[in-house]
Structures are given as structure tokens and as C-alpha cells.
Design a protein. Sequence first.
Lengths: 296, 376
Amino acid sequence: MTLAVSGVAVALPGASGPDALLRPAVAGAGPVDPAALIGRKGLRFKDRATRLGLHLAYAALTDAGLLGSDGRAVTGDRVATVVSSNLGNADTVCRAVETIAKDSTAALSPMDTPNASSNIIASETAIRYGLRGPNLTVCNGRTSGLDAVRWAALLLRSGRADHVLVTGVEPDNEVTRRLVGGPVADGGAALVLSRTAAGEPRALLGPVVRTPQPLATVAELTRRTPRGGLWLSTDAGPVPSGAQRVALTGWGDLSGALGVVQCAAAVGWFAEGGTRPAYALTGTAGAALLPPGGAA
Amino acid sequence: MTYPITGTGAVAAIGADPGEIFDSLCAGRSGLAPLKAFDRSRYRAQQLFEIDDRPNPGLDEPGRAGRLLAEAVRQAAADAGLPEDLGGIPVLVGTGLRELRSLELWWRDGTVFDADRLHFENVLRERFAAVDTHTFAGACSASLYALALGWDLLELGETDTVVVAGCDVVTESMFGQADRVQFDPPPSVRPFDQDRRGTILGEGAAAVVLTREAPPGRPVRGLLRSVAVNCDAHHQTAPDETGVEAAVREAQRHAGVAPADIDLVVLHATGTPLNDRTEATVTARVFAGARPALTGIKSLTGHTSGSAGLLSLIVALRCLEAGVVPPIAGLAEPLPEGSTLRLVAGEPLVTPMRLAQVNSFGFGGVNAVAIVGGAA
């Protein structure tokens, strides 16, 4: 079964579409403003990662043609949600424990209760857009974004869903900065993967693999999908020398969003005329993507 | 397809392995106790179902969730006769709160911690040389959700064996947020009782080994018939009858069984007014005319969050094997929505059984329902 990337969205400072990922980050760009895209309604009390996730979901579902006129997904029973985020609710958790230590639980806001649960981005996305299929949150460290793509593909192939919204998103705040030791990308990307795309697909999804070593992942990817023309990899080490590589640095630590942003960048490359496969590589996880009409 | 479960492992406040936990459930032994490491002056609620594993009593330490996880996985792998090295075997972990307790200690007390320890990759690699490891944060149904993905890996031929686990320790942020809105903390957890007053969190880990075919000569602990997963898409914290019922019916349909075929249901049964009312209503509707025995474990284990679903499943397998169903401790007068249900109360029920359903629901409306059969 060949799976289609039927929708894509990007939300990073200065980057609102996949093409922007192929160019250097815009210095001094302002933060993404979800309210400007999806309105203020329903955003109060949501944490930053959830707001960014809702923004990305709206844009990707719209791109895939899955949103009805009421703003909810058509055939929502068959649409699954997979979110990758390592740091999403870290600030809520840390602020709560600090408040309790300084005062008591009486000083906590009851509105933070849902945000203490790590699946808040995925559940809020499902509620807002009526996505009643499987609802999964992947918090798997560096490989999390590509792992999310892999699990989404599994949900489609096993027949649990017809479409999967895959969102990779991280928030930038004092807690997440301290945790990773530097700026964090305040945003991410989303894809809609489909058994059959409603319209023209943006790309096709090839193999998604995990092996014990990055070099073995590279070997497996190029064996199963040869003649690729682009590598999306922060790390130059495992990428064959001389190959075209996009590192996707410049937005801060993408953490759990990285793999999804890489796939979005591949879509951008195909839109600009790339005709060969593109590889996404994050540590020991890798994925191959093909142009919409198949590889040349 | 039906896949054999060849190993189980679990730890909870009431026992250090599945056998001890089951014996405690049958004997009515509770793990509820005064707070062991949180500052009691900060909370209205003063009790939890904690595991007593801190080397320095009263002093909290990071990494406990991972430690409980490793113990449950060790037990399950040993039970299945797997080697200590799980290098070629995917390990899927469902958790509500990951290592967020360690994150709290880092932020508040300056304990050493880094972002790569929020999930369980390092623990599983260091302990079992596992490389294909996955941490899913899925609130209180996380481990049964992970089991659905394990099933899919077998079904699609991606692996011949998979370890599926769940684990959670209590965080102060989650306990504190609950304390903030629970003005009169419940003295105990009384699932499906008309006077139930809410849930109390617990700690635990559970693991199973699921295979395509049991190796010759190895004991089989049970057969996994199906796992259905969906999402209410309804409310952040409140359950929804429509979503819950759809998950139950899908699990039964996929397993090819009718409600009348099911002998036992291990309920999610948290003891909160809303969960139990919703679950009782759906159960009464789905099982109208059928009379499975119904039980739940949280009055004695507490609500063990992400590990709860798999812990219930392991208890269900023990019930099928032993022909014994532990009662719902603390259940005196059933809630009105459950008046027609065959709730096991008071004493363990002794009865032969072949098929069990296991319910697990979580914040965000994430529902998972499994159907398991006995090995015999």
C-alpha cells in the first residue's frame, strides 16, 4: 500500500509553508500567532504548544480537503491523530510544582488540570476538529517526529484509519530552554497521511525505518528507495558525502517536531521541482518520501 | 488473528508481581497509605497508593517510573523465556506521566536531569539493550493503546514478538491539580458504589510479551483477541457514552464475539461519579440480556494511570486461569445505572470463564478496549 501525503502545514517564526524550510530561517521573525489563523475562540487557558498544534491541524486538514464547512472533519470516525512533542507540557508541570512548594494547591489554577496530562495537544486537536479515530501522543525523544510518521503509517495500513493527522510541535519558554540548554523552536509542522488522497497528493510516503545505528538506517533507506536527491538531516555524519543536505537548523531545537518538519521540507522540495526521492534522517530513524507522481 | 501472550509482569502498591497482586485483590488488601514523600502540609488529600521503593523513606528521587517499568519488563521477558537482551524486539510503553516526576524534582530541587530522560529509551537500552523503543503518553488508557499498536506490528508482519508495557508514578502536578478541585478528598476509592466520591492515584507498572506463535513447550498466559482504540473528541476530562460504546462494540466485532460470549469484564471503574456512571450505562446497554461478571481493581491498587489498562488485562488473565474473580472492594450499594449489572462484591466469585473484556479510558476521551481469552 502506497500512502499519500495529502496535506501539509508549517508554523515556525518566518516560515508558514514547506518551501520556506529550504531557505535559511528569517532572522528576527516574530512568533507564530495561532489566533490570527484560527481565531481567539477556544484558545484561552490552552498552553502554547496546544495553540500551535491547533493552528497546524487546521492548516494541514484544510490543505488535505478534510474540513467541512462547520470546521470539523468529514468522516471524523476514520481520521486519527498522532502528535509528537517531547516538551509540550513541561512548563505547566514545572510551574505547578513550583506553586505548590511556594504556597499550596489552593494557588493552582483549575484550568491547568487538563494541561498536566501529556496528551493534551492530541486530545484538544481531536475535540476541536472532530477527529474520533485513534488518538496517539508520541514522546520518544529525538526520533519522536519520524516515529510518529511510522505509527501513523501503521494505523493506515492496519485499517484503523483512512487519514492520519501527524503533528510535530514544541513550545519555546523558560522551562524548555533550560531543559535543552538553548532556544527551542516555537512551532513545528503537520502532515495528513492518507490511504487515498482526496485530491492531488503532495508526496508519497516510502519506507519509515528504525535500526540500531544511523549509518545502518542510511543503508536501509537507500537500499529500499535508491537514487534519492535530498537529505534532510541535522547531522552531516551519516549522509553520503557530496549529497545535497538541508539541516533545518536556525529555528532552535526542533526536538519532537524535527521528523515532521523534515517530511514537510521534502514536500516543499517536490513542490519546487524535486523529482527524486528525499530522505529524512533523525538519529536512528529514517523515512523516504517520493514526489507525487512517483520518483523519476 | 489471535495472538498468544507468553509472559506477564507487574508491580503495584499491593504486590511485587502478578501473583501477589492477584492474591491481594482476592484478599481485599489495599495499598492506600499516607503520603510517603510529598510535603503533607501542601495538600488537602493525604493518601495515595504508592509503591514503597524509595531507598530513603520520605525522600523522593528521580527515575522511579523507569525503574518500575524495567522491573515489569524483566518479569514479563523472564516469564516468556526471552533472553535478557531484547535487542531485536520492539518495546512499546504507554504512560500517563512519563518521567515528569523527575522533571519536577529537577525544576524545584535542582536534581540532575536532562530532556532525554523524559521518555524511557535510555532505561530500556541500558537495562535490556533494546533499540526499537517507543514511549506513548496517552493518559489513563496509554498501556492498552500501546497494546493495540503491538497487535498491529504482529498483524502487519513487522515483528514476531513485541513487549508492551505501561508505567506511572504520581507527579505532584497531577496530584496537586486534582487536589485543587477536590474540596473533600475521598477517604477511599469505591468504584460503582452509589456513594463513590472520586478516585485516588496509584503507582504501578505492567508488561506483557505478545508473539505470533508461542514457542513449543512454553506456557501461554492468555490469548489476545482484539484491541479497539478511538477518541471521543468530546471533552478534555469528561467521558462520552458514544465514544466509549463505539470502542466496546468495535473490540467485540473485531474479536468476532457477541456480548453473550463474554464471561468477565474488568472495568475501568475509577470511582469518580462521572466515569462510573458513563461506564455503567454503556455496559448495561451493550450487555443487555447477557450477564458477564464485572469487577475492577482500583479500590485496592488506586488509579495507576497509564499502567492501569495493562494491569487490568493481566488481572483478567489470572481470573480466567484461576476461575476466580476478585470482588470490587468497597462496593456496598451499586450505582443506579448499574442496578442490572452482575457486579462482583463482598467475596471472590468462583466460576469457570473463557473470555474477558478489559476497559480502559483516559483524559481527552482516549478509549481502549481489549478482548482476551484463556490459554486453555
